[in-house]
Design a protein around this ligand. Structure first.
Ligand code: UT7
Length: 360
């Protein structure tokens, strides 16, 4: 196929909210600091596994595309907080959806994982290797949070989104993309405690601590997002003036504003939902795009720019021409189980009993 385009979209947001006021009950912080420094008001805490969130988001994306599970021949699970490493998380989503023969793999570039997945799936579609891909950006980052560290604890939340990407002969979908990584900046954002080098038992909840050089990340984020955006826009044959909508990674409102200013894109063209969810890492840009569609910001034929960055320090920018359809073909009859606890109650449990539930 000549082109690869998004034909289905879906998200799954856990219902439990953790507000700035909630966090200030156990950390030395306050609503005013968090809002003025980041733009965040609240975030979500998942009461279910990442697989459950991703399964529902994916089922919604398939329904929106009108695609039968068995037509999917590639699943990419973008995340840095999978349920398991071996076997991978993508194969579990495959099993849950009843997909029979898809290729399935996980992809981790931290916050850009969902966007890297869009590049990989589109490229594989264009080579003819696959026809219909399901890509997922999901994160349950509250599980690897250091709830004693106010520098990071206020910034993140949980969520998931998925897209169906399909081959088409129509000139739409991914027009251009630029992926990159400032590897020399690996050390400015690191979650210690996850991975084989920490196999001494100090891992996962309560055993995770972060290196986080906020201002360095800020600068590299703006640089990476802007350079990638400029390159992707040029490659697409468009100009910044002909970009209709920007759906950026939502890590800090001030980062988004700096990117808009440097690219000379008017603030009213930039979609923002950071106040509701904070930074959901791999899920952030995917959830933002789904909400931009659901809330009527995406119109047929629009040119959309998606700039993102994450630990690594990875960065990306995608330029897509949206197709004709902005409404789902159908809706999936699948919902999360009810959540009996508040966000604050769940976080207090993590703090009091940092090992995974059941092991205390
Ligand atoms: O997707 C990748 C995720 N990473 C990011 O998004 C990070 C990008 N960086 C940022 O978003 C910003 O740098 C932050 C929001 C993390 C921090 O904002 P800042 O304007 O760079 O603040 P700062 O780090 O310079 O800290 C200013 C002050 C410090 O106090 P002193 O030294 O001036 O007395 C901090 O200790 O704010 C203090 N501070 C806090 N105060 C209340 C840091 N965190 C908090 C907090 N509540 N949560």
């Amino acid at each position: 196929m000549k082109f690869a385009t998004i034909t289905g979209w879906g998200k799954c947001m856990p219902p439990a909210v953790l507000t700035n006021e909630d966090i200030s009950t156990f950390l030395d912080t306050n609503d005013e600091w968090i809002v003025t420094r980041t733009g965040m008001k609240e975030r979500r805490v998942s009461h279910v596994s990442i697989s459950k969130l991703a399964h529902i988001a994916a089922a919604r994306a398939l329904a929106a595309a009108g695609v039968a599970a068995d037509d999917v021949d590639l699943i990419i699970f973008g995340s840095c907080t999978p349920d398991e490493v071996v076997p991978n998380n993508a194969s579990y989503i495959q099993l849950l959806l009843g997909i029979k023969k898809a290729a399935a793999f996980d992809l981790n570039t931290a916050c850009t994982s969902g966007m890297y997945a869009l590049s990989v799936a589109s490229a594989m579609i264009k080579t003819g290797a696959v026809r219909t891909a399901l890509i997922i950006g999901a994160e349950v980052i509250t599980n690897i949070q250091d709830w004693k560290d106010r520098n990071v604890a206020v910034l993140f939340g949980d969520g998931a989104a998925a897209f169906v990407v399909q081959g088409t002969e129509k000139n739409e979908g991914l027009l251009a993309d630029k992926l990159g990584c400032f590897a020399e900046s690996r050390d400015i954002l690191r979650a210690h405690g996850i991975g084989m080098r920490y196999i001494d038992g100090r891992s996962m909840r309560g055993g995770v601590w972060w290196d986080f050089h906020g201002q360095e990340i800020f600068k590299k984020a703006v640089l990476g997002m802007c350079e990638a955006a400029e390159e992707a826009i040029a490659q697409s044959g468009l100009t910044t003036e002909t970009i209709d909508l920007v759906v950026p990674h939502q890590a800090n409102l001030r980062i988004i504003e700096a990117v808009g200013k440097r690219l000379k894109i008017a603030p009213e063209k930039i979609f923002i939902n950071i106040h509701k969810y904070g930074n959901m890492s791999s899920a952030t840009t995917p959830v933002a795009l789904v909400e931009a569609i659901e809330e009527g910001f995406v119109k047929p034929g629009m040119h959309i720019l998606l700039p993102a960055f994450g630990a690594g320090l990875t960065y990306s920018a995608h330029v897509i021409r949206w197709g004709e359809r902005v409404k789902p073909l159908s809706l999936a009859e699948i919902e999360l189980p009810p959540c009996e606890k508040t966000g604050l109650e769940m976080i207090r449990e993590y703090i009091e009993c940092p090992r995974a539930a059941g092991s205390c």
